[in-house]
Design a binder for this molecule. Structure first.
Ligand code: BES
Ligand code: ZN
Ligand code: ZN
Length: 533
């Protein structure tokens, strides 16, 4: 099957054999110079602020063509322009647009670039639900003075991909069906503006596509994606891009290298572990002036907990325990498409954590790739066991900066809820750069500690360290575990547990994988390479 221009091979178990799998929705996105009030389209999306006194120029123009329908809708209290709200007004001959979608932007003074991204998501989601062929998005004039046009173009594109995404490749019988593609355009009457918008839009398309790619891979269940399948997807990606090289170590090669952490976690499953390395080699010489970055992502294709088995409720969600690794994979895809001038390794240790006669056990002492020995106290703390090998590999490759991404701890969800990912690290500048990338990308993070007091909890009497700390602050002890494998290298850790999925659909998104991390990491790399910063 063809997804995002790349064939993805499935290992089909007997029940799936012969099933026709659907493609993911295709988005075609561009800019067009046209007066929004005179735009011929299936759906014209316009933004409104909740605290605006009266209609702005564009909405007033549309309203007069509609004999006051927008004013009436607002007066009746059916649409208050709150964040996430929307209402539809049907057009007439003079509006030219068949339908007008009023999109709530919330309070004007609180608007950020994320407001634009979310408004675009909202409009795109409604468009797919309504089987709209072409949606035209008009940016509110009030944004003009506040944000850079190209940043707005990027946010709109990211939003359109995010909102139109859905995961239905295994649904063979759908009641209402859905459109297979969506045409979207960002419109403005000024051609100079559409040109600048377009620059950002093209970047946003690369990022949006990469994020949707991540969401599909992550949403696929563990019987479809095992570590070897993930490795095959990485190989496929590298074949599509001449700047990406992919090396995969199988279990024998890992054994020869002493990657004891990944091997231990993978030992209980018939689906053997893999160690996936993608290297992005930029064409530009200017890359040599920048630090080499190592992105390390946890890809546990299913986390049952192993011998320290998890409770049954919601265990199915643990197919998403590969989300960190997939965020790295998709960031490499975005990087190659954006052709950023920076050297980057994408390092993805991948294993399936299952209980069986060959599983690793509580009490086992594992010699990790770094040579450090770890006393296993809980086989469900498996993420750190594979990440420590990944991080050590990045350090050995002489990466100047290592950033790991992982659905690492339930404790991080307890601390931050499902609103922000945990950010830990050993370098102030790197923390600040990631916080800036978070603002630019709309993927929220919160700085948490990971110092020696947490590391001390993991002292072992029979090995160099234990794989769990005490009862409290589990997100911080997990990070402190990883910190012991970075040496003097600058390092940051993103605990994305809870951020990896929406349990239910929202106004902005379908349920399932969020692709969290792709926008954040890509924004970090874009900022690093931009001449402005
Ligand atoms: N994959 C889980 C963390 C997780 C939990 C991610 C919920 C997303 C949602 C991780 O491998 C794990 O099981 N962590 C344990 C660590 C504990 C044994 C120290 C946890 O959080 O309970
Ligand atoms: Zn676990
Ligand atoms: Zn896990």
């Amino acid at each position: 099957m063809l997804v995002f221009g790349a064939t993805i091979h499935f290992v089909r178990h007997s029940q799936e054999k012969g099933k026709k799998m659907k493609d993911i929705i295709e988005v075609e996105l561009k800019t067009r110079t046209v007066d929004p009030a005179k735009c011929r389209t299936d759906l014209l999306a316009v933004g409104l602020f909740s605290d605006a006194k009266g209609l702005d120029k564009l909405n007033a123009q549309l309203d007069s063509k509609l004999d006051g329908a927008i004013e009436r809708l607002i007066k009746l209290g059916d649409f208050k322009a709150k964040k996430g709200a929307s209402a539809i007004v049907y057009g007439n001959d003079s509006t030219v647009a068949q339908r007008i979608l009023l999109v709530g932007l919330g309070e004007k003074k609180k608007a950020t670039i994320e407001t634009i991204r979310k408004a675009a998501s909202n409009a795109a989601k409604k468009s797919v639900e309504m089987k709209i062929e072409t949606v035209s998005l008009a940016l509110h004039k009030a944004f003009g003075g506040r944000f850079d046009l190209s940043a707005m173009g990027r946010a709109v594109a990211e939003g359109v991909y995010f909102g139109s995404y859905r995961y239905d490749e295994f649904i063979t019988e759908s009641e209402n069906g859905r459109a297979d593609s969506l045409k979207a355009e960002v419109i403005d009457s000024d051609s100079a503006k559409t040109r600048t918008l377009n620059k950002g839009l093209l970047r946003g398309i690369a990022i949006g596509k990469a994020q949707s790619y991540a969401r599909t891979l992550a949403n696929r269940p563990a019987n479809v994606i095992s570590p070897p399948e993930l490795a095959a997807a990485a190989k496929e990606l590298s074949r599509d891009s001449k700047n990406l090289n992919c090396t995969v170590f199988d279990e024998k090669q890992m054994a020869a290298k002493g990657m004891g952490g990944v091997l231990a976690v993978g030992s209980g499953s018939q689906n053997k572990p893999r160690f996936i390395i993608l290297k992005y080699n930029p064409a530009s010489k200017s890359a040599s002036r920048l630090p080499t970055i190592g992105l390390v992502g946890k890809a546990v294709t299913f986390d049952s907990g192993g011998i320290s088995i998890k409770p049954a409720a919601n265990m199915d969600q643990m197919k998403l325990d590969k989300s960190g690794g997939i965020a790295v994979l998709a960031t490499m895809k975005a990087l190659a498409e954006l052709k950023l001038p920076v050297n980057v390794y994408g390092i993805i240790p991948s294993a399936e954590n299952l209980p069986s006669g060959s599983s690793y056990r509580p009490g086992d002492i594992i010699t990790t790739f770094s040579g450090k020995t770890v006393e296993v106290q809980n086989t469900d703390a498996e993420g750190r066991m594979i990440l420590c090998d990944g991080i050590h590999y990045a350090v050995k490759q002489k990466c100047d900066i290592v950033i790991d991404v992982a659905t690492l701890t339930g404790a991080c969800m307890v601390a931050l809820g499902k609103h922000k990912a945990g950010l830990m690290g050993n370098d102030e500048k790197l923390i600040k750069q990631l916080q800036k990338a978070s603002k630019d990308s709309g993927e929220k993070i919160w700085h948490l500690p990971s110092g020696d007091e947490y590391a001390n909890e993991m002292k072992s009497k029979i090995a160099d360290l234990k794989n769990i700390g005490g009862k409290w602050g589990g997100a911080c002890t997990a990070a402190a575990f990883l910190r012991q494998f970075v040496g003097d290298t600058k390092w940051a850790h993103l605990d994305i547990a809870g951020m990896d999925m929406f349990s239910t659909a929202t106004e902005y998104s379908a349920e399932g994988s969020t692709g969290f991390g792709v926008r954040l990491l890509t924004a970090y790399l874009m900022n690093l390479t931009s001449k402005k910063t």
